[in-house]
Design a binder for this molecule. Structure first.
Ligand SMILES: CC(C)(COP(=O)(O)OP(=O)(O)OC[C@H]1O[C@@H](n2cnc3c(N)ncnc32)[C@H](O)[C@@H]1OP(=O)(O)O)[C@@H](O)C(=O)NCCC(=O)NCCS
Length: 196
């Protein structure tokens, strides 16, 4: 836990440790590595476009700002053995108006070199435990474009349940191939045994 002054209050920044990973506040040194992930066409295949360095830095600053404000959020993920930044995983209140908002979503984006190790699932499982434990949320959602099978598999590995209905993401224009999204939910009462 890291204490930080925030508008006269001491904000407790929550950090999470798993067997192989640390979910922590963002650092300046993460920004160039994050920009590389966001510029990678394969990593960004299911987003409208890769991000410029400026857009990537803005996103890192946004995630960092929310963690500074509320103590939790979309954490930077570091591999413990190497202390290397490998991407993000965490919790976020979607700002778009979606059929199921307000809600808290769980999201992940890792460097391609880190895929295939179970890191996204390990980080997200800990973030879900945090959501249901520390934050006492009744449910957490996750969504992605219909064809993002790797991300959907993470949702399934976490034991999340798919909603039968898909939805159109309003930030993409009508007819865009990535516009149709699937939605999964995780429920606190189904993981209650983790918190007794
Ligand atoms: C989505 C994303 C994070 C998934 O990464 P991933 O490495 O496939 O997922 P996990 O970290 O859960 O790893 C699971 C894989 O690691 C393998 N694995 C190896 N060791 C493992 C271990 N100890 N535990 C669990 N899985 C392990 C699994 O077999 C599985 O491989 P498979 O998919 O070929 O069956 C990654 O594809 C990504 O960053 N994509 C770009 C960003 C993106 O699309 N984000 C989602 C937008 S909504």
């Amino acid at each position: 836990m890291v204490a930080q002054k925030n508008e006269g209050l001491v904000m407790r920044i929550q950090e999470i440790e798993t067997e192989r990973l640390r979910l922590r506040q963002w650092q300046d040194s993460d920004y160039p590595l994050f920009a590389r992930i966001n510029a990678d066409v394969e990593s960004m295949r299911f987003f409208p476009a890769p991000l410029t360095v400026e857009q990537s830095n803005d996103l890192a600053r946004y995630c960092r700002g929310l963690i500074a404000q509320q103590g939790w959020g979309v954490w930077a993920v570091e591999e413990k053995t190497t202390a290397k930044f490998i991407g993000f995983t965490g919790l976020h209140k979607p700002t778009d108006e979606l059929p199921f908002t307000p809600c808290v979503e769980i999201a992940w984006r890792l460097a391609r070199a880190a895929w295939g190790n179970g890191f996204a699932t390990e980080a997200a499982s800990a973030a879900l435990s945090f959501a249901f434990g520390e934050l006492a949320l009744p449910e957490v959602v996750s969504f992605t474009t219909l064809t993002n099978a790797a991300s959907e598999r993470v949702m399934q590995r976490l034991g999340m349940k798919r909603e039968p209905q898909t939805f159109e993401h309003p930030s993409l224009p009508s007819g865009h191939p990535l516009r149709e999204h699937l939605l999964y939910r995780a429920y606190a009462d189904e993981r209650a045994s983790d918190f007794v």
